[in-house]
Structure formats: C-alpha cells, structure tokens
Design a protein around this ligand. Structure first.
Ligand SMILES: NC(=O)c1ccc[n+]([C@@H]2O[C@H](COP(=O)([O-])OP(=O)(O)OC[C@H]3O[C@@H](n4cnc5c(N)ncnc54)[C@H](O)[C@@H]3O)[C@@H](O)[C@H]2O)c1
Length: 336
C-alpha cells in the first residue's frame, strides 16, 4: 500500500486526506501547527501527529502533501526537497509570497531532478477544461479574449488559478499587465495576518490576445470565465458545472465581423466530472504517480508572475512589462 504524509491540516489538508483515502493511499503522519486540533480528531487513529514538520522529515513515504499557508509552505517545501527522501511533493497554490521565492523553488527543483513536484491547481488536467480546449481546436478557432468575472476571491488565491487557466487557453506569452488593486481591505477568512486583495485589470499577450480580469471586492456571485474566439464563445460556470457554448452558424461565417444580427447556436459541454475539490485533488496526486511525469511548476511560476505584476502595476501606477523586472521580485504579499 502506498503511503503519504500531510503538512497543514486546515480545510485543504483535510481534502488532501480525503483524496489520498479515495486513492487508497495510507496517511502515516500529519503535521499541523495546531496540535490540539489534530489530536482531538478521532478519525486520525494510528497516525503520527506532530506540530513540527522537521520531526517527520525522515519518515519514508511515497508522497508528501503540503497544505499549510503560503509563506510556511515555501519553507516546508524547501526542507522536504533538501532533507527528505520522499520523491513526490504535492503543494498547494499560490506558489509563494514573493516572486523571488517562486524562482528559488524552481531552481531548487531543477537541482533535485529525481524529485517530482506538482502544484495543486488541477484545472488544466481536468477533462472538462481539456474538452473545452478541444472544441476550439477541432473547429480551428483560436481563443483571443478571456473575461474573468469573479467575486472577491483574492488575486493570489484565485487570481493565480485564473491566470494559469488564461495562459493555458491563450497559449502565448503574456507581454504586459495593467492593474488596479482593490483597497477595501477585506479581512481574510483564514486570519488577519493574511493579505490577498482583489483587483481588476488587463493582461496583454502576444498577437493582440488579452485577458480581462475583475476580482473586485464589492461583488459576490460565483465566478464565470468567458473564452472567446472569432466564431465561438464558451462561458464556464465551474462551480455550478455549466460549460455552455455559443457559436456563429456556419452560413454567417463568410460575413464580416460587424455582421452580428443573428441568433447564435447554443450547446452545452457534457461534463466529465462535477466540481469537487477532493476529486480534482486526486487528479494532481495521480499525476505525481504517472510513469511519464510533467511538472506544472513552470506554468505556476508564469501565473505568479502575473499576480505580482498586477500588484506592481498598481504600486507604480503604470503598465508593467514582462518578464517581471528584478526590482519587483522582492515585493511581498502575505497570501493565506
Ligand atoms: N487547490 C485548491 O482548490 C485550494 C482550495 C482551498 C485552499 N487552497 C490553498 O491551500 C492553502 C491552505 O488553505 P486552507 O483553507 O486549508 O487554510 P487554513 O488556514 O484553513 O489551513 C492551514 C493549516 O495549516 C496549518 N499550518 C500553518 N502553518 C503551519 C506550519 N508551519 N506547520 C504545520 N501546519 C501549519 C494551520 O494551523 C492550518 O490548520 C492555502 O494556501 C489556500 O490557498 C487551495
């Protein structure tokens, strides 16, 4: 039987536990800063419990899941890469509280080529999102515009996911970010020490492709992602399992773009699975056990570059060109 250890047993650590159980992977040890919480939990019998992850760096296991908060996660991940023999590391998003840390992690992983590291962003390996992409590709349609219409969800917490998806669908390098950070100062549900404001702006990509994002803190409807090409549009209401398409009927496609007085054809994507974080976390875990493994760390770094560029843009009140200049690499945002 495969074995695992989990660091950080809050909302997400518990989901990692459930995902591992679904895959029949036995959890050997759990670490949480709040020892009382895990010791009280009767479902965690015969599992080593500690509040100091350094004490379990020497445990043998097939995978370690690191789901503490962002800043501690970085230090913990580094220590597992350096001192533990565990080959597979699943880490939560967002990647880090500074862009410098993201790059440091990347370099450390490069040095430890025998290690597998995966960031639990899971949409780009979900059949639902893969199938959306296939509809565009099969119809020779290039996604050129993306609209993110999100509630107050934090540029680090959800922005990192949205930018990852944006890069996945647009398939070009981002060239600049212009953004405004929300100044409402909403307190993080995970604690006052964490800071993760929303904001709005534009990411411009090569070949005039663009992503418009709005995570302003005065709205609260479930997020929607709209993908647009010349003749197709897909609206994704992920949380409610709805992936709906509109398309221009074939007979109108010879007409110029300003001819839009017609009724679009509509269809829904047959979903491969419902929105379920535990289930989708199993996709990431399975990825780490695949024969031919490909990490998503580089993709994650690209999305973090956009997150930090959005903060830099607001800070400097200007458009930030990419790659992100070194002078912004140390800017810290204490994501939860
Ligand atoms: N992939 C996803 O869909 C998804 C969903 C929710 C949250 N997350 C991410 O997961 C992370 C955790 O989120 P959460 O909702 O579980 O937060 P949380 O605050 O509920 O839980 C974090 C847990 O980590 C523990 N912890 C903190 N520092 C620690 C340390 N040094 N050693 C051991 N334990 C430590 C805390 O005591 C807490 O129990 C966040 O970064 C969040 O963005 C990802």
């Amino acid at each position: 039987m495969k074995t695992a250890i989990i660091i950080g047993f809050g909302g997400m650590g518990i989901r990692h536990f459930k995902a591992l159980s679904k895959l029949n992977i036995k959890v050997k040890a759990i670490c949480d800063k709040n020892l009382e919480k895990i010791e009280k939990d009767k479902s965690l019998k015969k599992i080593i419990k500690t509040n100091n992850y350094k004490k379990i760096l020497n445990i043998k296991a097939d995978i370690v899941c690191i789901a503490s908060n962002t800043q501690s996660r970085f230090a913990i991940t580094k220590n597992f890469l350096r001192y533990s023999k565990i080959q597979r590391i699943l880490i939560e998003k967002p990647l880090s509280v500074t862009f410098k840390d993201s790059l440091e992690l990347y370099n450390l992983v490069k040095k430890n080529r025998n290690r597998r590291i995966y960031v639990n962003t899971f949409r780009t390996i979900s059949k639902n999102f893969e199938n959306v992409k296939k509809v565009f590709t099969k119809n020779k349609e290039k996604i050129t515009h993306i609209f993110i219409n999100s509630p107050s969800a934090g540029l680090g917490n959800m922005g990192s996911i949205f930018f990852d998806l944006g890069n996945y669908f647009i398939e070009e390098n981002a060239v600049s970010v212009t953004s405004w950070i929300d100044k409402t100062g909403t307190v993080s549900p995970r604690g006052k020490i964490f800071k993760d404001p929303g904001g709005y702006g534009i990411v411009r990509y090569k070949n005039e492709k663009k992503l418009f994002f709005d995570l302003s803190e005065d709205t609260s409807l479930p997020y929607e992602i709209i993908l647009k090409s010349r003749n197709f549009e897909c609206k994704i209401d992920e949380l409610n399992n709805n992936f709906s398409f509109r398309k221009r009927p074939n007979k109108y496609r010879v007409k110029p773009n300003y001819y839009y007085l017609y009724k679009p054809e509509k269809f829904n994507l047959k979903i491969a699975h419902k929105y379920d974080v535990v289930k989708m976390t199993t996709f990431s875990i399975k990825k780490l056990f695949e024969k031919k493994f490909q990490s998503n760390l580089q993709e994650s770094i690209k999305s973090m570059e956009l997150v930090f560029a959005a903060h830099a843009s607001d800070n400097k009140q200007e458009t930030i060109k990419l790659p992100l200049s070194k002078k912004f690499h140390n800017k810290k945002v204490n994501f939860a």
